[in-house]
Design a protein around this ligand. Sequence first.
Ligand code: FMN
Length: 357
Amino acid sequence: MPFNTLLTRKLGIKIPVVQGGMQWVGFAELASAVSNAGGLGILTALTQPTPEDLRKEIRKCRAMTTNPFGVNITLLPALSPPDYGAYARVIIEEGIRIVETAGNSPGPVIKTLKEAGCIIIHKCTTIRHAQSAIKLGVDFLSIDGFECAGHVGESDITNFILLSRARQSISIPFIASGGFADGQGLAAALSLGAEGINMGTRFMCTVEAPVHHKVKEAIVAADETDTQLVLRRWKNTTRLYGNKVAKEAARVEQESTSGKFEDVAPFVSGKRGREVFINGDVDYGVWTAGQVIGLIHDIPTCDELVKRIEREAEETISRAASLMYDGHQHLKSKEGTVGDKTNNPTAEVWGVGKSKL
Ligand SMILES: Cc1cc2nc3c(=O)[nH]c(=O)nc-3n(C[C@H](O)[C@H](O)[C@H](O)COP(=O)(O)O)c2cc1C
């Protein structure tokens, strides 16, 4: 049965699953595969060295899918920041309708994109930031819990609380991001009030993700404790795959007496991290992954993954509905009628409230 949420309707997609922007991963191969599977694929603008390269990537993606796809713009503090305005102009000129924004001071970029009629999905890790983004006129919030890969924020609130807080206190639709890998997760997010989910790490571990197979094997082998937080000292807390370099960075961060970022900078170099995706040496540099690595056990195509999520979500929602008791039916369990001592001598002990259907 097709999904019908504010996200699917507004974006024109079939399944309420978004592939979040990923630096060095969000190329046309992955974004088009996700969109062809019925979700929303997203190109990462800053993965392209110049705005003109982004234009080429958008055209390449358009040749690979006729379905909607978006572009991510991430605004991070930098000594010489990229020309965000020029990237935004290319997005508009190329007719991109959906933009995922993230990071600091997104106001001017969001204003430009909104004036051009783009739908903005803004990613944030706190309710306070969500409220500020609403004032900027964004269409959806992507609520990123502490479980997520990459920039987790400084308040360490996981999605069980954050999503319910969003439902209680924000006035625009939101999707759930961080810790999602399967249809049970999608069903849970919908139950908590979200209109869909956003996934990063899970999509990184698919056939079409343009990263070395050894990185995908490392994700499959990892469990949920295998991530490492770094850069808290500089209020830029980031969740990484917990390899040797990330652990060394964390140690230096903790032990540095100068407290200077320069001490840790060589360990968290983005250049070396990028190399990992190309050469497959998972300890060569730091790379981003979320706690959800503990839930990832295979390397499917995006089509297999998205279809599986759709099926699992449907089954989960039906199962949850079947747990409701209308007051007339007799509840039957494998062990017999609940409370019926003849079929099931232990039934009395379980009682209706704890029936195992
Ligand atoms: C390798 C990698 C790179 C990422 N790069 C970015 C980025 O450049 N901009 C951004 O907004 N989010 C980035 N993210 C975060 C994802 O878009 C998404 O919010 C996050 O992965 C959700 O958590 P999950 O990994 O548990 O699904 C990245 C995630 C990964 C795994």
